[in-house]
Design a protein. Structure first.
Length: 75
């Protein structure tokens, strides 16, 4: 077995995931965990509760970026 066989694939790159942990969503957006929770608190980033766990739908980070791109810009 070579070194490549022993390396684990990061779970946030798994195409079968439906929900992300907040930390995984923050990593995809290249922001901090606290900033990600702030976006969730304001409703800018969609999230759901599963039991007592906060999760972000896998398509929510892209939707958030799209909303930023479509926002009117100051002159």
């Amino acid at each position: 077995m070579d070194e490549q066989d022993t390396l684990a694939v990061p779970t946030d790159d798994d195409p079968t995931l439906v929900l992300l942990k907040v930390e995984e969503a923050a990593r995809r957006l290249r922001i901090g965990r606290t900033t990600c929770f702030a976006l969730i608190r304001t409703g800018a980033l969609e999230s759901v509760m599963v039991g007592g766990l906060r999760r972000v739908p896998v398509d929510a980070p892209a939707a958030y970026v799209a909303s930023l791109r479509n926002a009117p810009r100051a002159a």
